[in-house]
Structures are given as structure tokens and as C-alpha cells.
Design a protein around this ligand. Structure first.
Ligand SMILES: Nc1nc2c(ncn2[C@@H]2O[C@H](COP(=O)(O)OP(=O)(O)O)[C@@H](O)[C@H]2O)c(=O)[nH]1
Ligand SMILES: [Mg+2]
Length: 488
């Protein structure tokens, strides 16, 4: 027997009652309309969530820009430490050789100066004592037998540096001075020559520092144990030897760094070891041991030069974009490398621009005539005014604030290098505020379309503080992306 429509209990329940009053009917219709609104809203919400899921799958692309030694690679390492910890942990032991290399290079730099000054002062005693006095005032550097012995005993570190240089490849070599490049050679490029640039500077899919690290890695790759075991044993042997030589030089390395005559020599020759890239001399006691394991902070501070443009992929393991892939592009910052940046501008979501504000009294390594802060201003201006980047979010890191503070406390005066600074207080807050205002003015004046000024004061070797900054960056990049997608 067929059941009539009205027989269905559910249908019956939602049918209007037969003897409904006009008021009751009105109330019912209102309630129904409201229910429909809510239901539509839920549908819309589901649609939006699906859309955002779809969008989420697209990688977020972030480009790191800034002059050489501004802290780009260190920032990238912070991203990996904070959001891709598993891979970070796997690379820890390979960093050991990079840190050894940095330390040995520090020591050899001092040895070079020592050799030069010792021979100078020997000449001075032979012929004309006054020249030495002219340089060192009333107390000429008194090199003793001790210094000669230290120089001799630290001799083996030369070979260690050469060995490590060979192992790490070109990333270990710092640039030399040339002056043929302008601050932003990409500025006049058009998209059409972008194609040729791409050929010259390709993305290193082996992952930048990773390819350098691979050269020093001694991990056993699965399935290759039999073929590789022989050469692995050899590499391990070399590594062990390097560790042993370094551990053997531990006390002597400490001794030269703590020696008052050597310190005086460094002051007189204006050598600021603490500010040199990859400075580890204060950590000799902890590092120069056979079973040394790099800490997170050591890895952040380790220096490998970045060549060309390199892509790093990090799938965020927590935070708002958990599961989301971020592609970070790290670039070489010397003037000669900057032409290679342009092709990457096209589809990048955001740029972190690093300006090391401690550099107001320094010159570029690749061009000694150019003040480093001026170079950052010029570079920032060309990034701000770039048409291709008009809708790209710019995030400015005023970096190396720790070094800036130290410098100012040490008595270096900003106004001596930046006359317009005038009579402001010679301290971190005033200097940071002053530099920041300059960067803001450039952004306001040169952006093709109005854009917000997003700025963070950073010291990217401080991993904890940087994790907080990166969370803010993540938030603003995601927000900006949503807004941009809504517009399109
Ligand atoms: N003290 C200090 N050193 C920094 C800071 N940022 C970077 N460095 C150091 O400066 C050197 C250059 O940094 P790096 O990230 O390699 O610069 P890049 O050339 O822009 O990639 C490295 O030795 C870093 O450890 C900072 O905020 N404070
Ligand atoms: Mg770099």
C-alpha cells in the first residue's frame, strides 16, 4: 500500500498546522526565513573554508633581500629552526665543520696580522725606532718569545683552513674588492632580459647551504653502505684529524685571543674580530674539543657565503600555517649578485628586507668607497620603487641591533658618520628611531602604490627573540595573501 505524502511523519511535522492563526503564521515564516539565512551562511562559510584550503596548498613565496652580511641566511636558518625542526636536527653535525672553519679563519686572520706586525717591529728596532713609536704611542707592541712560539704552534691551522676550504667549496670564500657594480643593477632590467639572467643564476635545487653541507656530511646513505663505506671511512678519518688538530690547538687559540699585546695589536690595526662573520673566538674552550656538537646558536652564527639564488622549502610543522609549504629564496648580496634577483620578483608574496643598522660607520667589502648604510638605503629605494613589486608586501628588518648598541656604548658617535643625526642621544633607541624614519620616508616617497611600512628591530642571532618576530611575519604574510586573493 502506498503511503500518502501526508503520512510521512517528518513531512507532517514540518507542514504548517491546518488551523494556523495569521499571527502564528507570520511568526513561523519569520523563523523559517531566519533558519534559511543561517543555513546559507553555513554554506558560505564552508565554501570559504574550501577556498582557503585550496589556497593553503599553494606555497607561500618569500624572498630575502639585503646587502652582503646583512643577516639573510641567518634569518632563513631561524625559519628552519623555528618551523622545520626535524631537518634542522639532521644537519646539526654537518655544521660542525663549518664552525671549525670559521674559528680557524678567525685565528689565521690574527696570525697574519701578528706576522706582519712582528716583522714591522723587527725592522723598526733594526733601523728607526721612532716609526714604531709614532704608531703605538709611548708603548710599542712588545712582542715576546711567547708570541713567536704561539705563531709556530698554531701553524698547522693553515693547512686545516685550506683543507676545509677545499671541502666546503666556493661558499667558504668571501668576496674581494671590486667597484664595477651599482647598488641595484636589477633596477633597469626588463622582464625580457630576465630570461637570460635565469640561465646565469639558476636556483640551486640542492638547497644552498645544504649543498655545501653535503660535502662535509659523513652520514651513511641507505643502500649505499657497501659502495660508500671506503670513502666514508676516508672522510671520517680526515674529519677526525681536523678535530684533533683543532682540539690540540685549543689552549694556544685561547692564549692568543686573551693576550693583552695581541688585543692591543688588533685595536691599533683597527681589526674588529668580534664583528667579522662567523666569530667564534669567545667560544674556543667549548668548541675546540673532540666531541663538540654545535648548539642552535652556533649554527645560526656559522657563516657560509650564499652564491646565486637558492631556494629552501620548509613545510611548517606548527603555527598558523601548519602543513603549509613556504618557499624561501636566499640570495647573494654583493653588488655583482644583485642582477640575479629580478626574475624572482614576479610571483613572490612577500619580501623580508634586511638592513644591518650597525654598519653606519662601515664600508662595503666589495667597494671600499661606499658606506654600508648608504648602500642599504639605495637598495631599499630601488626595491620600494620597483613596479613589479608594487603589490608585494615589504617587511623591513633593521638588523644587528645588538652590534649597534655595543658600538654606541663603545663610544662610536653616529653624528661623526651621519652628520644629519645631529645632537640626538647617541643610544640605541634614538639611532634606531632615526634610521627607521629614513627607511619609512623612502618607502612613502618611492612606492608606486601606497603600502604599509612594516618594520622590526632585530638581532637575528638571538633565536628566541627572532622566533617571536617570525610569528609576526607569518601572521602578516598570511593576512596580506588573503586580502590580495580577495581583491583578485
Ligand atoms: N651580532 C650579530 N650578528 C649577526 C646578526 N645577523 C647576522 N649576523 C652575523 O653576520 C654574519 C653575516 O650573516 P649572514 O646571515 O651570513 O648574512 P647574508 O650575507 O646576508 O646571508 C654572520 O656571521 C651572522 O652570524 C645580528 O643581528 N647580530
Ligand atoms: Mg647569505
Amino acid at each position: 500500500m502506498m503511503r500518502s505524502f501526508e503520512d510521512d511523519p517528518l513531512t507532517r511535522a514540518i507542514l504548517p498546522p491546518l488551523n494556523e492563526s495569521p499571527e502564528a503564521r507570520h511568526a513561523r515564516e519569520r523563523a523559517e526565513a531566519e533558519a534559511k539565512n543561517i543555513s546559507d551562511e553555513i554554506d558560505e562559510q564552508i565554501r570559504r573554508e574550501r577556498e582557503s584550503d585550496r589556497r593553503k596548498k599553494k606555497p607561500v613565496k618569500l624572498l630575502l633581500l639585503g646587502q652582503s652580511e646583512s643577516g639573510k641566511t641567518a634569518t632563513l636558518k631561524n625559519f628552519q629552526l623555528t618551523y622545520g625542526h626535524k631537518e634542522w636536527a639532521q644537519e646539526r653535525s654537518a655544521w660542525k665543520m663549518v664552525i671549525f672553519f670559521n674559528l680557524v679563519r678567525n685565528v689565521n686572520t690574527i696570525m697574519d696580522i701578528l706576522a706582519r706586525e712582528m716583522s714591522n717591529s723587527a725592522h723598526a728596532t733594526d733601523s728607526d725606532e721612532s716609526s714604531d713609536e709614532a704608531r703605538f704611542g709611548n708603548s710599542p707592541l712588545a712582542f715576546k718569545e711567547k708570541h713567536r712560539l704561539l705563531k709556530l704552534r698554531l701553524g698547522p691551522l693553515r693547512r686545516i683552513q685550506t683543507d676545509l676550504e677545499r671541502r666546503l667549496g666556493s661558499s667558504a670564500v668571501e668576496p674581494v674588492s671590486t667597484s664595477v657594480y651599482t647598488a641595484a643593477p636589477f633596477g633597469n632590467s626588463t622582464r625580457s632580459d630576465g630570461g637570460t639572467l635565469r640561465h646565469e643564476f639558476y636556483i640551486n635545487s640542492n638547497n644552498g647551504w645544504k649543498s655545501a653541507l653535503d660535502k662535509v656530511k659523513v652520514t651513511m646513505r641507505p643502500g649505499r653502505a657497501d659502495i660508500a663505506s671506503d670513502s666514508l671511512r676516508k672522510i671520517r678519518g680526515v674529519d677526525d684529524e681536523i678535530s684533533e688538530v683543532i682540539a690540540g690547538c685549543r689552549d694556544d687559540m685561547k692564549a692568543i685571543w686573551e693576550d693583552t699585546t695581541i688585543r692591543k695589536m688588533l685595536t691599533v690595526t683597527k681589526t674588529k674580530m668580534e664583528e667579522s662573520p662567523g666569530f667564534f673566538l669567545n667560544d674556543v674552550e667549548r668548541i675546540a674539543v673532540n666531541d663538540y656538537e654545535p648548539t642552535d646558536d652556533d649554527i645560526i652564527r656559522a657563516r657560509l657565503r650564499t652564491l646565486g639564488v637558492q631556494e629552501y622549502r620548509i613545510t611548517f610543522d606548527h603555527g598558523r600555517s601548519v602543513g603549509q609549504e613556504w618557499r624561501l629564496y636566499d640570495v647573494g648580496g654583493t653588488r655583482s649578485c644583485r642582477a640575479a634577483w629580478y626574475p624572482y620578483f614576479e610571483d613572490v608574496h612577500a619580501i623580508i628586507f634586511l638592513a644591518p643598522i650597525s654598519c653606519f660607520d662601515e664600508k662595503l667589502a666589495e667597494d671600499r668607497r661606499i658606506n654600508r648604510l648608504e648602500d642599504s638605503y639605495l637598495l631599499w629605494r630601488s626595491v620600494c620603487s620597483c613596479q613589479l613589486l608594487a603589490r608585494t608586501q615589504l617587511i623591513l628588518f633593521l638588523n644587528k641591533t645588538d652590534l649597534l648598541e655595543k658600538k654606541l656604548m663603545g663610544g662610536v658617535r653616529v653624528r661623526d658618520h651621519v652628520p644629519s643625526f645631529g645632537d640626538r642621544n647617541n643610544d640605541l633607541p634614538s639611532a634606531a628611531r632615526y634610521f627607521q624614519a629614513h627607511f619609512r620616508d623612502i618607502l612613502k616617497q618611492h612606492s608606486p602604490i601606497q603600502r604599509p611600512f612594516i618594520v622590526h628591530l632585530t638581532s637575528v642571532i638571538d633565536t628566541r627573540a627572532t622566533a617571536v618576530t617570525l610569528a609576526a611575519v607569518e601572521e602578516s604574510v598570511l593576512r596580506h595573501n588573503l586580502r590580495r586573493a580577495d581583491l583578485m
